[in-house]
Design a protein around this ligand. Structure first.
Ligand code: SF4
Ligand code: SF4
Length: 323
């Protein structure tokens, strides 16, 4: 069931932008966000990718090569690699090595526990050697909250993985280690800088862990999270909360303005959330194989009611608060 498209929510996202004298168009492409597949060693309750150990969708080599060509031709500055657990894709290391050679900043969206999976024992060393920036999900500094969202055993493995990354030089020199927080329920995240200070204190004092930044993300009303809201009869209430907290100052920094999202099968989207909803790129090209990146600038962006999640409160993007 397509929950977002089926919503009867009375206010549309473009309508709200219009009422504030705002519009949403693309700028020049600077970031490629590439989803390498849906295979993951975890199966988290809130996962908007609906990833898990049984999923078999993985990006093939020809599509990886097309991403490399686009990154070079369009001169993108950042390639942000997601999944599932992207490290489990057989072409992950080739992709990262080639990007590193061409001087692009590479981000690995790492769930931390994957670093303890069989045949992944040297992945942390590989990431450090290629100066990959790691953005890791850690929904809380307390074990009880992490267990509630991600299942038992995840917290301990995550803590040990963070300690290992620190030992390799992450968050100490040039190697960047950022953490991601998202609320456990249907509410907006707290102030990012205040929460970052608490995370830093607790992780340092309790486990000797250091990291660079904490990004607070709003839970998007899509996929597993939306289904849970519908079951609880809270879907419309949550959309009202997001729409009511609309912050015009967040619109300029919305990630869809300079990012292109590539699915494991090469299909294109304006952002990762649209990818999960199969809402195609508004600029026209269906796949990375028929894209003319020069036509992206000033193109429209496909939006729907889930976009209220990006503009609520302090705003939300893959790199945290916007305003
Ligand atoms: S670790 Fe990430 S990709 Fe994997 S199931 Fe959890 S939220 Fe989804
Ligand atoms: S959900 Fe995607 S398209 Fe909508 S505002 Fe957020 S980044 Fe832009």
């Amino acid at each position: 069931m397509e929950l977002v498209a089926a919503s009867t929510h009375r206010r549309t996202f473009p309508g709200l932008l219009n009422s504030k004298g705002l519009s949403l168009r693309r700028r020049a492409l600077s970031t490629l966000q590439v989803n390498l597949g849906k295979l993951c060693n975890q199966a988290c309750q809130h996962c908007h990718v609906e990833a898990g150990p049984q999923r078999t969708e993985n990006m093939e080599l020809a599509t990886v090569e097309a991403c490399l060509r686009l990154a070079r031709d369009a001169n993108v500055t950042v390639v942000d690699i997601t999944g599932g657990a992207p490290e489990l894709n057989p072409h992950f290391r080739y992709f990262v090595s080639e990007l590193h050679k061409s001087g692009v900043q590479v981000i690995d969206r790492c769930n931390l526990t994957v670093l303890w999976e069989p045949e992944q024992e040297d992945t942390a060393d590989f990431l450090a050697k290629h100066q990959v920036r790691i953005i890791a999900s850690l929904p809380c500094y307390s074990e009880a909250n992490v267990r509630k969202q991600r299942g038992s055993g995840v917290f301990d493995k995550s803590i040990r993985a963070l300690q290992k990354l620190n030992d390799l030089g992450y968050a100490k020199g040039n190697l960047v280690l950022d953490l991601v927080y998202n609320p456990v329920g249907a509410f907006l995240p707290p102030d990012q800088s205040t929460l970052e200070a608490t995370y830093k204190k607790r992780l340092r004092e309790d486990f000797g862990i250091h990291f660079n930044h904490l990004f607070t993300l709003t839970n998007m009303p899509i996929k597993r999270f939306a289904e849970a809201l519908v079951r609880q009869g809270k879907y419309e209430e949550y959309l009202d909360l997001l729409a009511g907290a609309f912050n015009p100052a967040s619109v300029d920094g919305l990630m869809c303005r300079d990012l292109l999202s590539v699915g494991f099968d090469g299909k294109l989207y304006d952002c990762d959330f649209n990818q999960m909803l199969e809402l195609p790129l508004a600029a026209g090209a269906k796949t990375i194989f028929d894209l003319d990146f020069k036509r992206l600038e000033n193109a429209p962006i496909a939006t729907a009611s889930h976009c209220f999640g990006c503009t609520a409160g302090s705003g939300s993007s893959c790199t945290g608060a916007l305003a």
